[in-house]
Design a binder for this molecule. Structure first.
Ligand code: NAP
Length: 248
């Protein structure tokens, strides 16, 4: 079987749903062994079980803002594959929307904790595992958002967290190049997932009027880009931010 990530071990957070789940499917289609990780363990296991060559894959629990669960997930991965994953995709993310004047401190903190600190903790734990073993040819793909570039009404916490993810990634790309690990960011626009299902229809129509292609994106349209960045096809792309928005 040919595939652009054939034989690579790939760890994907947020794998129970939306973009993370689609990323697992595309990576597996392209020959990777996939660890589907999510705080929803049942969902992560379902994703892993749905993939081609079922026994090559694993569903694990991870809470990206809790270091112990990340360490456990790494250990489970190394136990099964005898090596840490060389592809790491940070898809786990949440929204807690409200206008800035009304946003609670708890909702501000939770979004920063999961989206930004969670991405940091995953990168640090998994990159250290690669560096310690001298494994090169790694690729880290972090999911930011177009909202992290331009801001959005009712999403100051989310926009700040996603802007942070982009610059965290650029900095990691500068530090990790010498270890043979690339880091890139994908900035999706509005994609059809449970995260955007809650947007009221009136707001959805308004958003669509700002998208050149005239619709929300599908999860596969983001996952294909993530898979390309995970693969050696993108071997000279490092520190890049790629927008997948349909033209906004
Ligand atoms: P989704 O369908 O809600 O999937 C996100 C997954 O991450 C869920 O399974 C969620 O579990 C899990 N998760 C949340 N917090 C976690 C944690 N602390 N540890 C581990 N897993 C956690 O969302 P999506 O739309 O696919 O979004 C995926 C990524 O793309 C996110 O980073 C999001 O910000 C970004 N993004 C999405 C869009 C869009 O339009 N959909 C646009 C730009 C960027 P729960 O269900 O339990 O929360």
């Amino acid at each position: 079987m040919a595939g652009i990530v054939l034989g690579k071990v790939a760890f994907v957070t947020g794998a129970a749903s939306g973009i993370g789940k689609a990323t697992c499917q595309i990576l597996a289609r392209e020959g990777a062994k996939v660890i589907a990780a999510d705080r929803n363990l049942i969902g992560a296991k379902e994703t892993a079980a749905s993939l081609k060559n079922q026994n090559d894959h694993l569903g694990v629990l991870v809470n990206v803002n809790e270091k112990e669960t990340i360490q456990d997930a790494l250990e489970k991965t190394v136990e099964k594959y005898r090596e840490p994953p060389s592809v790491i995709v940070n898809c786990a993310g949440i929204t807690r929307d409200n206008f800035l004047l009304k946003l609670s401190e708890a909702d501000f903190n939770e979004v920063i904790d999961v989206n930004l600190k969670g991405t940091f903790l995953i990168i640090q734990t998994f990159a250290n595992a690669l560096v310690d073993r001298g494994i090169r040819n790694g690729s880290i793909v972090n999911i930011s958002s177009i909202v992290g570039k331009y801001g959005n009404l009712g999403q100051c916490n989310y926009a700040a967290s996603k802007a942070g993810v982009e610059l965290l990634t650029k900095t990691a790309s500068k530090e990790f190049g010498k270890f043979g690990i690339r880091c890139n960011t994908v900035l999706p626009g509005f994609i059809k997932t449970p995260m955007t299902e809650i947007i009221p229809d009136k707001v959805k129509s308004k958003v669509i009027s700002t998208i050149s292609i005239g619709r929300f994106g599908n999860v596969e349209e983001v996952a294909e880009v993530i898979c390309f960045l995970s693969s050696d096809k993108s071997s000279f792309i490092n520190g890049a931010s790629i927008e997948v928005t349909g033209g906004m």
